[in-house]
Design a protein around this ligand. Structure first.
Ligand SMILES: NC(=O)c1ccc[n+]([C@@H]2O[C@H](COP(=O)([O-])OP(=O)(O)OC[C@H]3O[C@@H](n4cnc5c(N)ncnc54)[C@H](OP(=O)(O)O)[C@@H]3O)[C@@H](O)[C@H]2O)c1
Ligand SMILES: *[C@@H]1O[C@H](CO)[C@@H](O)[C@H](O)[C@H]1NC(C)=O
Ligand SMILES: *[C@@H]1O[C@H](CO)[C@@H](O)[C@H](O)[C@H]1NC(C)=O
Length: 309
C-alpha cells in the first residue's frame, strides 16, 4: 500500500511517501479500514518531533489519528461492524501512553472496533474525518469539568479543531448559559456563528484582565497561568496542553467510538457543524505542505488529506 512514514524524529522533511508498505494485519478485535480521508492534529507533529519518545512505537511510524473510510476486513470478535460499513474514528486510543505504529496517513489501517462509529449519513468522508479526535477531546474535557446546563464557559482558541467543537457542544448540547471564546480579529464572526455569545479578540484585549469570570475555562492554547485568572470562585479550568495551577486540571483524551455514536444525532441534525480549514483538502502527495501549514498554528478548524491515495 501507499503510506507516509518516518524512521527518525525531526521536521516535515523526515516524512517519506512509500508505495510498497505491507498492508497491516488485524487482530480479532479489529477491522481493516480503507482510508478515504484523514485529518491532521497537532499531536501528529509533536510525536514526529520526538515529544513522546519515551512511550513511542518502533519505527517506521505511519502518522495520523483521524480517519473516515470503509471497512474491508473484520476480526473474529467484531460484532458491530461488517465489510462495506462507512466508518470514522480516532485510531489511537491512548495517543501519548500507547501510540500505535500504524496511523491513518495510509491506504489501509487496522482499527479497534471500539474506536469506530458509523459515519453520519449527511456528511461526506472529508467532513467526517475532521471530527473524531477534536470532538472527543472537547466532549471529554467538558464532562471532566462537570459542565452542565446553565453554566458559563470561556473557550480559549475557539477557531481551532478542539475549540470549535467545545463552543458548539457547550452551547447546543450541554445548554450553556453563556459561551465566550477567543481568537484573532479575522475569526471573531466565525466564533459567533459557532454559538459564542461573546467573542474576544486576543490581539486587542486580555481576557484575563476583563471583569467577567466563568464556571469553566477551557484552555486550548497553552496559557495555563492566564486561564485560571478567568475562573469563578466555584469554577474550574481545563488544560489540554499540559500542567495548570489550581483550580485547573489537565487530561489526555481516551479515544472512544461510543462518544461519536452518542453525538451522531447532533451531527446528523446539523446542530453540530464541522469546521474544515478553507485550504483543505490537501491531496495525499501534499502531506508535507499540509503539516507545514498546521505547524503555523493558524489553521481555522481541521486540515484534511483527501483523496487517499
Ligand atoms: N490533551 C489532549 O487530549 C489534546 C487533544 C487535542 C489537542 N490537544 C492540544 O490542544 C491544542 C489545540 O489543538 P487544536 O487541534 O484545537 O489546535 P489547532 O486547530 O491547530 O489551533 C489552531 C488555532 O489556534 C488559534 N490560536 C493560536 N494562538 C492563539 C491564542 N493565543 N489565542 C487564541 N487562539 C489562538 C489560531 O487562531 P488565530 O489565527 O486566530 O490565532 C488557530 O485558528 C494543541 O496544543 C494540541 O496538541 C490536546
Ligand atoms: C460565574 O461567572 C458567570 C459568568 O460571569 C456568572 O454568570 C455566574 O453567576 C458565576 N457563578 C458563580 C458561582 O460565581
Ligand atoms: C466511551 O464513551 C461512552 C459514551 O460517552 C461512555 O459511556 C464510556 O464510559 C466511554 N468509555 C471509556 C473507556 O471511556
Amino acid at each position: 500500500m501507499k503510506a507516509w512514514q518516518y524512521d527518525e524524529y525531526g521536521d516535515v522533511n523526515v516524512l517519506k511517501l512509500s508505495s510498497d508498505v505491507p498492508v497491516p494485519t488485524i487482530n480479532d478485535d479489529q477491522v481493516l479500514v480503507k482510508v478515504v480521508a484523514a485529518a491532521l492534529n497537532p499531536v501528529d507533529f509533536k510525536r514526529r518531533q520526538g515529544y513522546i519518545i519515551a512511550t513511542d512505537s518502533p519505527f517506521p511510524i505511519i502518522p495520523g489519528h483521524d480517519l473516515a473510510g470503509i471497512v474491508v476486513k473484520v476480526g473474529s470478535n467484531v460484532k458491530s461492524l461488517k465489510e462495506g460499513d462507512e466508518v470514522y474514528g480516532d485510531v489511537m486510543e491512548r495517543a501519548l501512553a500507547e501510540p500505535k505504529q500504524f496511523g491513518t496517513l495510509a491506504e489501509y489501517v487496522p482499527v479497534d472496533e471500539k474506536l469506530l462509529a458509523l459515519k453520519p449519513k449527511n456528511l461526506d468522508f472529508l467532513q467526517a474525518a475532521a471530527i473524531p479526535l477534536a470532538i472527543e477531546t472537547a466532549y471529554e474535557g467538558l464532562e471532566r469539568a462537570g459542565f452542565s446546563e446553565g453554566k458559563s464557559i470561556l473557550v480559549m482558541n475557539g477557531a481551532g479543531g478542539v475549540g470549535s467543537f467545545a463552543i458548539q457542544l457547550a452551547k447546543h448540547v450541554f445548554g450553556a448559559s453563556k459561551v465566550a471564546a477567543t481568537s484573532s480579529t479575522g475569526k471573531i464572526e466565525l466564533l459567533k456563528s459557532l454559538g459564542a455569545d461573546v467573542a474576544i479578540d486576543y490581539t486587542k484585549e486580555n481576557f484575563e484582565d476583563l471583569p467577567d469570570k466563568y464556571d469553566v475555562v477551557y484552555d486550548c492554547v497553552g496559557q495555563p497561568e492566564k486561564a485560571v485568572k478567568a475562573v469563578n470562585e466555584t469554577g474550574v479550568a481545563v488544560s489540554i496542553t499540559g500542567p495548570i495551577p489550581e483550580p485547573g486540571f489537565d487530561f489526555v483524551l481516551t479515544a472512544n467510538g461510543s462518544m461519536l455514536t452518542k453525538l451522531g444525532p447532533y451531527l446528523e441534525s446539523g446542530k453540530l457543524k464541522v469546521l474544515v480549514d478553507p485550504k483543505s483538502p490537501y491531496p495525499f502527495n501534499k502531506v508535507k505542505e499540509a503539516f507545514t501549514y498546521l505547524e503555523t498554528h493558524r489553521a481555522t478548524g481541521k486540515i484534511i488529506i483527501y483523496p487517499i491515495p
